[in-house]
Design a protein around this ligand. Structure first.
Ligand code: NAP
Length: 242
């Protein structure tokens, strides 16, 4: 049976790299995005060029109705076997005392509420031999002082979500894991006001460089795939030694 995987935030960055990699590995892929229609169209074309089926669904993961619509649309591809909870945002880099409550709420809404809503839909709909991967962050253990402590705290919540869900869903044959990327070259840094962050941070990364989205996508693909059938409840760090 062809695996059917949903990726949230598949139009750019780590989500787009994961969509392309899973398509090459033979998954039908349904992905969500929020507003970058041009980027979503390009990813969809790459998915379909591999010969599998693809779907690009505009869906804001903060909204329960959008999440339901995303899963309903994906079900057209076949029984859902995988979810990659990836759609995430930071907020402007800065000191904790300057954090704007609106930015705080948005980080919680997208990175935690959105993940929970999607995981809940997945848990309701998945059969046995299914897997969820939550995209967390190395920030969860580093704390991100002077940058975005609230984001780090929410990513730590993602790790707790992963552990709890893994235990609750294991009896049904659903595995739940997380990846914790370090600093990866995506648009997220420009959106947080520091586009050159991957280069600036290189000296403090043990491997001496920022990572590429593909290097996270490969870990996600492994966790979803047949080589990880005894792996659940783990957070796989993909952070160049950070
Ligand atoms: P990115 O390049 O900014 O891409 C974010 C993706 O999420 C886009 O597809 C975006 O869609 C989508 N998105 C944002 N808000 C959404 C919402 N409310 N509903 C649906 N989709 C939404 O980000 P990235 O760097 O690939 O990050 C992906 C994940 O990795 C996030 O969870 C992030 O926290 C985590 N992470 C990233 C890094 C890093 O250094 N890049 C490090 C650690 C963890 P649109 O394009 O339509 O806006």
């Amino acid at each position: 049976m062809t695996p059917v995987t949903i990726i949230t935030g598949g139009s750019r960055g780590i989500g787009a790299a994961t969509a392309r990699r899973l398509a090459h590995a033979g998954h039908h892929v349904a992905f969500s995005y929020r507003r970058d229609h041009t980027a979503a169209t390009a990813v969809l074309a790459d998915i379909e060029a591999t010969g599998v089926r693809g779907l690009a669904v505009p869906a804001d993961t903060r909204d329960p109705d959008h999440v339901t619509a995303l899963f309903d649309a994906a079900a057209d591809l076949g029984p859902i076997t995988g979810l990659v909870n990836n759609a995430g945002v930071t907020s402007p880099i800065g000191a904790f005392v300057d954090l704007d409550p609106t930015d705080l709420r948005n980080v919680v809404d997208v990175n935690l509420i959105g993940y929970v809503l999607c995981a809940q839909q997945a848990a309701r709909r998945m059969g046995t031999d299914a897997a969820i991967v939550n995209v967390s962050s190395a920030a969860a253990t580093l704390g991100s002082p002077g940058e975005y402590i609230h984001y780090a705290a929410v990513k730590a919540a993602t790790d707790a979500l992963t552990i709890g869900l893994a235990k609750e869903l294991a009896p049904r044959g659903i595995r739940v894991n997380a990846v914790a990327p370090g600093i990866i070259r995506t648009d997220i840094h420009a959106l947080s006001g520091q586009p050159d962050r991957p280069d600036q941070a290189a000296t403090r990364i043990p491997l001496g460089r920022a990572g590429h989205p593909d290097e996270v996508a490969s870990a996600i693909a492994w966790l979803l795939g047949p080589d990880a059938t005894y792996t659940t409840g783990t957070v796989l760090r993909v952070a160049g030694g950070l």
